[in-house]
Design a protein around this ligand. Structure first.
Ligand SMILES: [Zn+2]
Length: 475
């Protein structure tokens, strides 16, 4: 192994208990998007103490920050997230048992990947210092991935300008770097205003905002026939009136519109806007559109994926103890077999059939999934339009674990999660060193990036004056 990487791995080995401690603290904080005050300052403070220059509260979000070390080119970015999910509080045990019933929990393991990126940045900095490596390492503390897509605001406000390439990590059920894209997305609320009246005594005087909501949903459901197969349209009714004997003067729905390409989302979105107008016209109400967020589809990068996977192989996947395997099997028992098979099949991972009876995936898989689109969306995508970007995955939970579940929260706080964290930190640090010291790798990643863009230009999917919804949880 390259000397520089040896130094980085040694640093990580020596600081393992502190790295795990940081991840566990964030796991316990379990703060929702844009409220991650304790989690983001914990990470920012660690970086600052290690000699990084930290800029807090970037892009109008108190919990977003950038930590930089070094100067000049190349500029290698690392992203970390730290937001939790509502209602997923859970103890680190293999049965459903909330720590605080109803409270948020790290059901997507974001306590792990904020920490892996932070620690890898510091390990890389240590090597830069010892070996006199030139360039800049920038850690981007990215809030609210799950809710308000903090990175989209950061991209719009130029926070990622000048970055040559970006690495990110996410705990998962495999050790791999996927080449899948992801759906672009718009999130939007529709407010309808009508006129209240006695629903029995004088219904003719009322104009029902709820009728508008219902008619709009019918229109949207008819639209489904005329949108691309892979597109997704989903909504909830957030407000639909108070009591049945009052014609509802106000009603509100929340829509998500997703499709494999940004342009497709724009087209479907415009039709949904027309449907809302039509519903207002039919019911004699008025409608108001509140744009919450938009995100792009992801641009994968094979050169970076291959780099990450080769570092995984050089370092070697974690080995598990008898106790870790036993706990993994316990968790495995809570996941129905058919559900696990469906999960594996949908992943389209080569040879997924061989994993049906496997609990922890200890293998390292070649990048796969080129041309495939993940139906969910992530704000990592918006960064992937700015510079070659790669988000890799390390085994933190048993195969078949549903996303955003109590099983996820549990495992993100258990020792298999810790091993995923340390492995990812090492892989990230080694890849950072490669990117800092091998201009050929950067060039290859960049050439591929330009090819995949095909001249398409990124236009921020959110309006220039849209502010991050800092008080959204209070609504
Ligand atoms: Zn996540």
């Amino acid at each position: 192994m390259h000397m520089s990487k040896e130094i980085a791995l040694k640093w990580i080995g020596e600081h393992e208990s502190r790295i795990i401690e940081v991840s566990n603290k964030i796991w316990e904080f379990a703060e929702l998007g844009l409220q991650e005050f304790k989690s983001s300052s914990l990470l920012a403070n660690e970086l600052e103490a290690a000699g990084f220059a930290v800029q807090r509260g970037v892009a109008g979000m108190p919990t977003a920050f950038v930590a930089s070390y070094g100067s000049g080119k190349p500029v290698i970015g690392i992203m970390g997230e730290y937001d939790a999910l509502q209602g997923l509080s859970q103890k680190p045990v293999p049965r459903k048992d909330p720590l605080t019933p109803g409270a948020p929990g790290h059901g997507c393991g974001h306590n792990i990947h904020g920490t892996s990126g932070m620690a890898a940045a510091i390990a890389a900095k240590t090597v830069m210092q010892v070996n006199g490596i030139k360039g800049t390492v920038k850690f981007f503390g990215c809030p609210a991935e799950e809710s308000f897509s903090g990175k989209v605001f950061m991209v719009r406000d130029g926070i990622f300008k000048g970055v040559d390439t970006v690495l990110s990590h996410h705990p998962g059920a495999m050790n791999t770097a996927s080449l899948k894209s992801s759906n672009a997305n718009n999130s939007v609320k529709f407010h309808f205003h009508g006129i209240a009246s006695h629903a029995a005594a004088s219904p003719e005087e009322g104009r029902s905002a709820l009728d508008a909501i219902e008619l709009m949903n019918i229109g949207a459901n008819y639209l489904r026939e005329h949108i691309p197969q892979e597109a997704r349209l989903h909504y909830v009714v957030e407000a639909g009136g108070g009591q049945p004997n009052v014609v509802p003067a106000y009603a509100r729905s929340w829509y998500l519109i997703r499709a494999p390409e940004r342009e497709q989302v724009e087209r479907i979105y415009n039709r949904v806007l027309d449907i809302a107008k039509g519903a207002a016209l039919m019911t004699g109400t008025s409608n108001e559109v509140e744009f919450i967020k938009g995100i792009y589809n992801k641009i994968p990068n094979r050169a970076l994926a291959e780099l990450v996977v080769s570092n995984m192989r050089e370092i070697g996947a974690p080995e598990y103890t008898y106790e870790e395997r036993r706990l993994a099997q316990e968790i495995g028992k809570t996941i129905p077999r058919e559900q696990k098979i469906e999960h594996l099949k949908k992943s389209k991972r080569p040879d997924w059939e061989k994993l049906i009876d496997v609990s922890l995936d200890e293998s390292i898989t070649d990048p796969w999934g080129e041309g495939d689109v993940n139906p969910s969306s992530t704000d990592v995508s918006d960064v992937s339009w700015q510079a070659p970007t790669m988000e890799f995955e390390t085994t933190a939970w048993v195969l078949g674990t549903p996303e955003h579940s109590w099983q996820n929260t549990a495992q993100a706080g258990m020792s298999v999660g810790h091993k995923s964290l340390i492995f990812a930190t090492k892989v990230m640090a080694a890849s950072l060193i490669d990117l800092l010291t091998r201009p050929d790798l950067l060039e290859k990643a960049h050439e591929e990036f330009m090819n995949r863009l095909q001249g398409r230009v990124y236009v921020p999917p959110i309006p220039p004056d849209l502010k991050p919804p800092l008080d959204m949880w209070k609504k």
